[in-house]
Write a protein that binds this ligand. Structure first.
Ligand code: FES
Length: 243
């Protein structure tokens, strides 16, 4: 049996049930809080910090996607201070991700571009900040030769890492490096990959910025290998398994 709870969101009493996060109660009551790392199929990640909200009595804003809603909570989701915080967070995230990425198939339909439009952020404003991100080209990994990683698009939200672990139950992907040099890479233990990539495509499916794409199959094959066309209904990888 689910226990009902009631919280005040932006001065409006809202119903939810025990176990829901503030974000889930807000969405169920038609209040939109910006999110980026959150994905319905994954456990909360809490990395992007766009969903910050004010909870009366707590000293500083909290992430709505990871904070459980409790009866009697008084929550504000769109104060000027929160909107400024979100805009600043987004600006910092964008110093390493160009808005005019016209080589990307998601150009024009990218969640990051959409948020930048909402918050009136332009490439000119980002350039004025003076950061010079190191240009990094796409890479393929031995563990996942059918998937290409584009570090210059990646916002390190962690959705792909979680999808590999929670949906595919493989835990092949992990964060590598630190700070601005952080990337996504196959996890290695004792020189071996810690899981087996199934090329299931779940990491690509949850990526909000198209940082993981299908490798052109011919490029992924060893030298001299031949390509044979087959009929398949596989919606994911296009690699042509016949199961
Ligand atoms: Fe909550 Fe990213 S959506 S921290």
């Amino acid at each position: 049996m689910t226990t009902s709870i009631s919280i005040i969101l932006n001065n409006i009493p809202c119903e939810g049930h025990a176990g829901q996060t503030i974000l889930e109660v807000a969405r169920a009551n038609g209040i939109r809080i910006p999110t980026l790392c959150h994905h319905e199929r994954l456990k909360p990640i809490g990395s992007c910090r766009l969903c910050m909200v004010e909870v009366e009595g707590s000293g500083s804003p909290v992430a709505a996607c990871t904070t459980p809603a409790r009866s009697g909570m008084i929550v504000r989701t769109h104060t000027p201070a929160l909107e400024k915080l979100r805009r600043d967070t987004l600006l910092l995230l964008l110093v390493d991700h160009r808005l005019d990425c016209d080589s990307c198939e998601l150009d024009g339909a990218c969640r990051v571009q959409e948020l930048a439009r909402c918050y009136g952020i332009t490439q000119a404003e980002i350039d004025q900040l003076g950061f010079c991100p190191v240009p990094r080209g796409p890479v393929t990994y031995g563990a996942t030769p059918l998937i290409t990683y584009h570090p210059d698009r990646c916002i390190r939200c962690g959705r792909c890492v979680k999808a590999c672990e929670e949906i595919s139950e493989q835990a092949v992907l992990s964060f590598a490096g630190r700070g601005a040099a952080t990337t996504i890479a196959p996890m290695e233990q004792d020189g071996k990959f810690s899981g087996e990539c199934l090329s299931c495509g779940e990491c690509m499916a949850v990526c909000p910025v198209n940082a993981l794409t299908e490798t052109h199959v011919v490029e992924a094959l060893p030298d001299g290998a031949r390509v044979k066309k087959i009929r398949t209904i596989c919606p994911y990888c296009g690699c042509g398994c016949t199961m």
